[in-house]
Design a protein around this ligand. Structure first.
Ligand SMILES: Cc1cc2nc3c(=O)[nH]c(=O)nc-3n(C[C@H](O)[C@H](O)[C@H](O)COP(=O)(O)O)c2cc1C
Length: 415
C-alpha cells in the first residue's frame, strides 16, 4: 500500500504502535494467528503471521496496560510443558492479560517443517484434549498461596504447595511442577479457532473465547449454538464461551473513497478474482470489461453457487450496478464479511449480528494495519459506544475481568 513502510513486517516498533492503537479504542484483545508452512506469494507480499507470536506479545506487553494478548500455539507441534511455561510467563509478564489459542494445525505443509505427515483428525484432537488438560494442570501446580517470599524468615515459597502433576496420557505427559507463580488473573484463558465438529467439542470443553469465521447471520448463529451446546455437554454454563465472528474493514469517509482504497490495495489480484467470481455467479465474465457493470443479460443468467455462501451477497452487489472492479472492491470474495465504506456501515453490521444473537463480539481484520486500526477506533468505536453497544472503558486490568471470564486456576474440575 502506498505510504506504508514495506519493512514493517520485521519491525517490532510498528507492531507495538498498532497494539497501542487498539488499546486506545478500548478493544478487548489483540489476536495473533500463527502457522508454519505455507508462504503464499513471497514475490509480492510479506507472510501474514508475525515473526514469532510469543516474542511479539512479550514486546507488546511492556508497552500496553489493558489490551488482552492472544497467541496461537499448536497442540500438535509443541510439548505441553513448553506451552505451559511460555504462556504462563506471558501472563505474569503482562499482569494477567494472556490467552492461548489452542489449535491443532491441519496441513501437511505445517507438518513437513517438523519432518512428519499431519496426523489424522482423531489423533490431532486426541492430543489436543490431553495437551490442554496437562497445560492447565501445570499452571495449577504452583499453588495459589505458595509464594510467600518472606525476606525476614527466609522462606521463598511453600514447597508442599508446589507439587508434581504426574500426568501421562496416550499422547503426552509431564511430571511437573511448573516453577511459575499465578498471575493477576491466575492463569491464561483458553481460546480456540476453528469450525469442525471436533473444534466444537474441544472448545466446548475448554475455551472461553472462539475466534470464528462466518459469512451469514444464520451460519454465525449455527456455529455459536454448536459451541454453546458443546459447553453444556461438559457441564458448563453456555455463557462461559464467547463467539467472535470476523469482519474485514476498509473504513473511509464514504463508499467511493473506500472502494478506491481497496482497488489500490488489491487490484494485482483482480485477474484471478474475476475468474473466481465467474464460479460464484455461474456466468462468464470478461476481464477486459472490468470498468463496466454486468449487463442485464449477465445478471439474468447469474446462478449464485450453492457451494459458496458469499455468492448471494456478490450477486446483490452486482445488481446494484457497480462495475466489475467495484464489485470485487466490495470484498465479495473476502474470508469474512467486508465493510467497505463509512464507519456507520460497520456499526450497523455489528449491531444487526449482535442483536440477532449470532455473535458475542467481533474480531476485526483491518485492510492495512498501519492506519486501518486507527480508522476503526476513530470512526466505528464512538458510534458503538453512543449506541450503548461497546464499553466506554476497560472494566478492569486483567483479560478475565475485561471479558467476564470466570476465575479458574489449574484444571476445571467440571470437565
Ligand atoms: C477464524 C479461524 C482462525 C484460525 N486461525 C488459525 C491459526 O492461527 N493457526 C492455525 O494453524 N490454524 C488456524 N485455524 C484453523 C483451525 O484451527 C483448524 O485447524 C481448521 O479449521 C481445520 O479444521 P480441523 O482441524 O478441525 O480439521 C483457524 C480457523 C479459523 C476458522
Amino acid at each position: 500500500m502506498p505510504g506504508v513502510n514495506p519493512k514493517s513486517y520485521a519491525d517490532f516498533d510498528v507492531l507495538v504502535k498498532q497494539a497501542q492503537a487498539a488499546e486506545r479504542g478500548k478493544l478487548h484483545f489483540l489476536f495473533l494467528p500463527d502457522g508454519f508452512g505455507t508462504l503464499f506469494d513471497m514475490e509480492n507480499e510479506p507472510p501474514s503471521v508475525t515473526l514469532d507470536v510469543m516474542l511479539t506479545l512479550g514486546a507488546i506487553a511492556r508497552e500496553t496496560q489493558y489490551l488482552g494478548l492472544l497467541a496461537t500455539g499448536s497442540t500438535t507441534f509443541n510439548e505441553p510443558y513448553n506451552l505451559a511455561r511460555q504462556f504462563k510467563a506471558l501472563d505474569v509478564m503482562s499482569h494477567g492479560r494472556a490467552g492461548w489459542n489452542a489449535i491443532t494445525s491441519s496441513t501437511n505443509d505445517a507438518a513437513s517443517n517438523y519432518g512428519v505427515k499431519i496426523p489424522s483428525s482423531a489423533d490431532r484432537y486426541g492430543r489436543a484434549h490431553e495437551t490442554v488438560q496437562l497445560v492447565q494442570a501445570l499452571w495449577g501446580s504452583w499453588g495459589r498461596e505458595a509464594w510467600v517470599h518472606n525476606q525476614e524468615s527466609g522462606q521463598f515459597a511453600k514447597q508442599d504447595q508446589i507439587l508434581p502433576i504426574n500426568l501421562h496420557g496416550k499422547y503426552v505427559g509431564s511430571r511437573g511442577p511448573l516453577y511459575i507463580p499465578p498471575s493477576e488473573q491466575g492463569q491464561p484463558i483458553i481460546v480456540h479457532a476453528g469450525g469442525s465438529p471436533n473444534a466444537h467439542d474441544l472448545a466446548g470443553r475448554f475455551a472461553s473465547v472462539v475466534i470464528g469465521s462466518a459469512y451469514t447471520i444464520e451460519d454465525a448463529k449455527f456455529q455459536r449454538n454448536a459451541f454453546r451446546e458443546a459447553a453444556k455437554g461438559y457441564g458448563r454454563n453456555p455463557d462461559e464461551i464467547k463467539f467472535f465472528a470476523g469482519i474485514a474493514t476498509t473504513i473511509s469517509e464514504d463508499r467511493r473513497t473506500a472502494l478506491d482504497r481497496r482497488i489500490r490495495l488489491t487490484e494485482s489480484h483482480f485477474p484471478e478474482r474475476v475468474a473466481y467470481l465467474q464460479h460464484m455467479l455461474g456466468i462468464p465474465l470478461d476481464f477486459n470489461r472490468i470498468n463496466e457493470p454486468l449487463t442485464q443479460q449477465q445478471l439474468n443468467n447469474a446462478q449464485p453457487s450453492p457451494y459458496d455462501p458469499r455468492s448471494l451477497n456478490a450477486l446483490k452487489i452486482a445488481k446494484e450496478g457497480w462495475s466489475l472492479k467495484d464489485i470485487l472492491a466490495h470484498g465479495v470474495i473476502d474470508y469474512h464479511p467486508a465493510i467497505v465504506g463509512p464507519g456507520i456501515e460497520a456499526a450497523d453490521h455489528m449491531q444487526e449480528w449482535f442483536e440477532a444473537d449470532a455473535v458475542d463480539g467481533f474480531w476485526i481484520n483491518p485492510d492495512v494495519f498501519s492506519d486501518g486500526i486507527d480508522a476503526f477506533v476513530d470512526q466505528v468505536v464512538p458510534i458503538l459506544q453512543e449506541r450503548g453497544l461497546f464499553h466506554i472503558d476497560y472494566e478492569g486490568k486483567t483479560l478475565r475481568e475485561n471479558l467476564g471470564v470466570p476465575d479458574q486456576y489449574g484444571i476445571d474440575p467440571r470437565v
